[in-house]
Design a protein. Structure first.
Length: 138
């Protein structure tokens, strides 16, 4: 079997196995592994890691899309000067996402137009713990 046939067959198998990142990056990683004199397991590890990272990224995008946030906001855009009753140090602590480890809920209470939705959206977006769930929880 020639190199071209092997490559075509490998691409076909990766497509059937639904490994798009491995399919897309295989030749690049193989070239880099060859130039760095990496063994087969190191090559395979790099390729699988790329697939895992991309899958986690795509899953995060799907979860954010399914959350159906009305808009995308960040804490930097929030005007703490007009929302004087908002506890900024507590929000900054919540942005770390430690409450997710304990599976704790957050309740935002306030009148209409006080920024509850803005803050909820800002808290959810950067939380990598929420986006990329730990392996044990899956």
């Amino acid at each position: 079997m020639t190199e071209t046939k092997q490559t075509v067959l490998l691409q076909h198998h990766l497509k059937l196995l639904r490994l798009p990142t491995m399919q897309r990056e295989c030749e690049k990683v193989a070239t880099r592994a060859s130039s760095e004199n990496l063994d087969h397991l190191a090559f395979l590890l790099q390729l699988v890691e790329l697939e895992m990272i991309d899958r986690e990224r795509r899953a995060a995008e799907r979860r954010l899309k399914s959350a159906k946030f009305p808009f995308q906001k960040t804490l930097d855009e929030f005007d703490f000067k007009t929302a004087t009753l908002v506890n900024k140090p507590m929000l900054l602590e919540l942005m770390r996402g430690d409450y997710l480890d304990g599976r704790e809920n957050i309740l935002l209470v306030g009148g209409s137009g006080t920024g509850k939705t803005h803050l909820a959206t800002a808290l959810a977006r950067p939380s990598r713990k929420w986006i990329t769930r730990p392996r044990a929880a899956r």
